[in-house]
Unconditional design. Structure first.
Length: 434
């Protein structure tokens, strides 16, 4: 019996059941943003990995294209034009060192990697099937892949017994694969069918890249178990120079290797799918453009069939095609960007060191993984109206910080991801005064 016909479907309703993070984001949206001159008491929002380091250069470049309405008022196909696919394929061949030449027909565009995660989830898994994800990971993966699709996640816990287990380094590859094996076997015992593993490389939120050896071992694991390997490489070029914060440990950190570049026996290239987009490395998140790079013709066609709702706009298509085709400009952009990113990283890590805030050393990405667990002791009791009645200590701390004017992403555990680029860090209030 339908009680109230005006209500959304059960699955629609499930998406609006109480979600502390979403509720918190709504509260944050209502607060005036920080501005040094006009609203110095406003909110410093550090939750988004936005890249505004090269905004001036990008704005001048887009203006120099001198686009006219006739350039963007007619349709391109839903996954983008063939010129865009060619430009992306060339770019990937130039920067991702693929083991096989990537061709335009391997590329499918959509309005952002978020949309492609949803599409891939639908096209790789049947209802009830699962994707494996190492923890900690990008907080929106589950949201983006599960909101519309009845799929599950099987967590591969890399932070439970050993908070600082380094899953990226080659020397831990066997230990990491063992964790995947254990989680896989447990899922099988529970009757869960796993279809894929999802990697974020470079990793949001840890800012680290998987070693080639680790990628190979994970790909072999996928080969043995018949799983797809999906690699979100949206931060591929957000590399920080090796000695950006003077730490000796940093020099041992691996630089970026794409899943497209691994080539060893037992790996079926049809099972390797990479996601890339213009939101992060190029600071163009408002263009809403993301790309699936896959050699799996049938999977790509199945994704394409549902790409009308994620239609690429002609405007974005034209801008990004021009940018990618201008090899001199984008190569110089990347060089300058990495220098500025390294400077921002040094500024931030220096700030954290000076204020005795522990963080996980990193060499990629737009964020740092900081550890505020020592402050959790102030939030051990039950929550209250001000900090969330049924909130965990982490959520209470998040809410407390929000009230003080700083908004951070809480993890499922005790650490927080701190986005480093939203504002120059010296303008941020002292977080250690808790
Ligand atoms: C790992 C990762 N994938 C995807 C996205 C979203 O990308 P897009 O703007 O292309 O939807 C983000 C944004 O923060 C991200 O961090």
């Amino acid at each position: 019996m339908i009680l109230n016909p005006s209500l959304p479907s059960k699955r629609g309703l499930a998406n609006i059941t109480r979600d502390l993070m979403m509720d918190l984001s709504r509260e944050a949206e209502a607060m005036p943003p920080y501005n040094r001159q006009t609203t110095p008491d406003g909110l410093v929002d550090l939750t988004s990995s936005l890249n505004d380091l090269m905004q001036n250069e990008m704005q001048s470049y887009i203006l120099s294209l001198n686009m006219q309405p006739e350039d963007y008022l007619s349709f391109v196909p839903p996954p983008g034009s063939s010129s865009l696919a060619k430009a992306v394929a060339d770019f990937i061949n130039l920067n991702f060192n693929p083991s096989q030449n990537i061709r335009p027909e391997h590329i499918m565009g959509a309005n952002g990697v978020s949309s492609l995660l949803d599409i891939l989830s639908f096209s790789v898994c049947d209802p009830g099937e699962a994707i494996m994800l190492a923890t900690p990971n990008y907080g929106m993966f589950k949201h983006d892949m599960q909101s519309r699709n009845d799929i599950r996640f099987v967590d591969v816990e890399c932070d439970l017994e050993d908070k600082y287990f380094d899953r990226f380094t080659a020397s831990n590859a066997d230990a990491l694969v063992e964790k995947y094996e254990v989680a896989y076997m447990k899922a099988c015992e529970d009757g869960i069918r796993i279809r894929a593993i999802l990697l974020c490389n470079p990793c949001n939120p840890l800012g680290r890249c998987y070693s080639r050896h680790t990628l190979e071992r994970l790909a072999q694991f996928c080969g043995r178990r018949g799983l797809h390997l999906i690699s979100d490489e949206i931060y591929a070029l957000s590399a920080i120079h090796p000695n950006a914060n003077g730490s000796t440990r940093e020099s041992t950190m691996e630089s970026f290797t794409s899943a497209l570049s691994i080539s060893i026996e037992g790996i079926d290239t049809n099972m390797v799918h990479v996601l890339y987009g213009c939101s992060k490395d190029f600071g163009l998140s408002a263009l809403r453009l993301g790309f699936l790079i896959t050699q799996n013709v049938i999977l790509k066609e199945s994704c394409r069939r549902i790409s009308v709702p994620t239609w690429v706009t002609t405007f974005s298509d034209r801008i990004f095609t021009a940018f990618l085709n201008d090899r001199d400009f984008h190569s110089s952009y990347i060089r300058q960007y990495q220098i500025k990113l390294s400077e921002a990283h040094t500024l931030t890590t220096t700030f954290l060191q000076e204020h005795a805030i522990p963080f996980s050393p990193s060499n990629a990405g737009l964020f740092l993984w900081i550890d505020l667990s020592s402050s959790l002791r102030y939030f051990q009791g039950p929550g209250n109206e001000a900090n969330g009645e049924d909130a965990s200590p982490e959520m209470q701390l998040t809410r407390y910080l929000l009230k003080q004017g700083v908004y951070l992403n809480p993890s499922e555990r005790e650490d927080f991801a701190l986005s480093i680029l939203k504002l120059p860090i010296h303008e941020i209030r002292d977080l250690s005064d808790l």
